[in-house]
Design a protein around this ligand. Sequence first.
Ligand SMILES: [Zn+2]
Length: 416
Amino acid sequence: MRLVLKLLLVLLAGFAGVMALMDLGGSVEIRHGDLWIGLPLAAGILAAALGFLLLHALLRLWSWLLAWPARRRLRLERQHRAEGELALTRALVALAAGRAEAARIEVTRARRLMGDSPQLLLLAAEAARAEGDEAAATEAFEALAAQPEARFLGLRGLLRQAEARGDWDAAREIAAEAQSAEPSAEWLRAERSEVARRRQDWGEALAFSGADGPRAALSLAAALQEKDPLRAAELERQAFLAEPGFAPGVIAHASRLLDTGHPRRARGVLQQGWNAAPHPGIAELLLGLDTDRIRRVRLVEELTRHTPAHPESRLLRARIAFEAGLTGRARHELNLWRETGQADRRCYALLGEVERAEHGPDAAREREAGWLREAAAAPVEPVWRCGHCGAEHSAWKPLCGACGTAGAITWSGAAR
Ligand SMILES: [Zn+2]
């Protein structure tokens, strides 16, 4: 209604204007050489107004035509984005459903429609990996690493790939780059420690190992690699301090102290190590210091004072007593151990020796028959064993020679 009123008013104003112009009278003349145009004033004003309107319309049309390619581009972009996002969703669904090939096709379509955004590159790499196409995944991760804001994502992908194919030198480089790109990523330290372990660079593995890492084993491994005796000695000391119950660390530290003329401190270390975790290697080193049989009995009494009921303490006391000719004492210790039901085969072997020494081989044979049955059911003695492949080792080593696993050799009984 208001529009009708406005139109009516405009028409009335226009009509009044024309009427006023008609009343105005007068004329417009254009003279150029012989050309002469004469118009009434009203017609002249009307013609000028119409001319202005026409020019305006032409200019508008021109600018509309000029903007036409940009408008078309925008419309296409919008359309591509919508289609691309649809393809992206389909790719995610396909990947989640384990349809790797479909995922790759959809990601390729989305990349064609929307360009290489970090999200799409990451998805392309994951789809390629799911399909088993590592080369395509590498390409996508490299493109991702080349984008400054997504560099870390690309490097992380490349790191995983290097680890998966066992290329530890490349993994080391990539992990270092990744950490410089994202210094606050804590897990990268553990990752770098693991990579160093795989490269058997124990010093670096130790440097990147956290407080909860196997610091004693890594320190000792680094000490074995160290050429400078002073630094090696310090690493051995660190191994002992990190875990006094880690016998190889105790033995290495005490041996070094003995070699450098500190027998008292060495004995203290051996005692502390035995208290934390009795191990035959510790006793062997200590007993190597004295050959007198009776003094050795006292030495062992002292060593096992805080751990009298430990199987290794019982066995050690029995063996040393037996060697000193104290067979009754040896048998007493072994029987105490046997009564716990935890005695391993070493207990029965030594019992047999004690029996033979006391009663001669014939009398011993009768008793041995009963023990042999018990011994067959008893656990085998603990050894250095790889927790990964189960291979036995004569001594602790940082790396299992049988399967190449690092840090897997521990002191333990056989898996039964
Ligand atoms: Zn192994």
